[in-house]
Design a protein around this ligand. Structure first.
Ligand code: ZN
Length: 251
């Protein structure tokens, strides 16, 4: 569900879904991906918070999973001012965290509601970062590493981040997985290593991913670092402590 599309067949005039007016509600748009033949229409026209493009099912398929990687984030469901990435990430990565203790809502319910909850899940963080450059005054490029900021992160991912990747294979004789960043196939793409805090957690995800077509996008939240010896096997690695750190994206 992209937020950008071309208005012309020649793909020169890129427009934002949030800026399309009602006059263009039946217009055909063209996929933002250079070689993609998919045609699109606007959904939720003239509602800048909720507008996005959808592929015309009677026309060509998208050429890449990245075409629709934006997903669809509805900001009206979440309280932006309560968004605190570091706290949410800590909560999702901590195996001892109580799943009911949603960060940022502690003082909210006292008034009896009205307000909505802030983002609390990995999928919501991913979708929000695909939509906004800044959210609650935080630069989303500092949160999500994907194909759009590949040049920034292609030399190493360090610190707490969400990374968009695809499954490649299991490391031989190890309880760890090798992933493609930011997708597959991708020119000069990199590899990541996911380590697991327990064998059970490793098998849980390996059994889910082993049949992947390698194109399915996956969001991984981790505290990333780069190996000291700069090896070719992978650029960065992190430890998976909980099931909440990996989300297989169905976009
Ligand atoms: Zn496309």
């Amino acid at each position: 569900m992209p937020y950008f599309a071309y208005q012309d067949k020649q793909k020169k005039d890129l427009v934002k879904a949030s800026e399309i007016t009602i006059a263009d509600k039946d217009k055909t748009f063209y996929c933002k991906t250079a070689d993609c033949k998919a045609q699109l229409k606007i959904v939720n026209v003239a509602d800048s918070n909720r507008a996005f493009f959808r592929r015309l099912s009677s026309q060509a398929e998208h050429s890449s999973t990245l075409c629709s990687a934006d997903g669809n984030f509805d900001p009206t469901k979440y309280r932006e001012s309560g968004f605190d990435f570091d706290s949410i990430a800590l909560n999702l990565m901590s195996s001892s965290a109580n799943s009911s203790s949603v960060v940022g809502t502690r003082n909210q319910s006292a008034s009896g509601g009205g307000g909505t909850k802030p983002i609390s899940k990995l999928l919501q963080i991913y979708l929000m970062c695909r939509k906004y450059e800044t959210y609650n005054a935080i630069n989303t490029n500092d949160i999500l590493a994907d194909e759009r900021n590949f040049s920034t992160y292609s030399h190493g991912i360090v610190g707490t981040k969400v990374v968009q990747c695809t499954y490649y294979h299991k490391f031989k004789d190890e309880f760890s997985l090798r992933m493609n960043y930011p997708s597959f196939p991708y020119r000069n793409g990199k590899y990541l290593k996911l380590n697991f805090s327990s064998k059970e957690l490793f098998w849980y995800f390996y059994n889910k991913l082993k049949t992947s077509n390698h194109k399915e996008l996956i969001a991984v939240l981790g505290d990333w670092n780069t190996p000291n010896n700069g090896n070719d096997m992978y650029m960065s690695e992190c430890i998976i402590n909980t099931k909440k750190q990996i989300h297989i994206l169905k976009l």
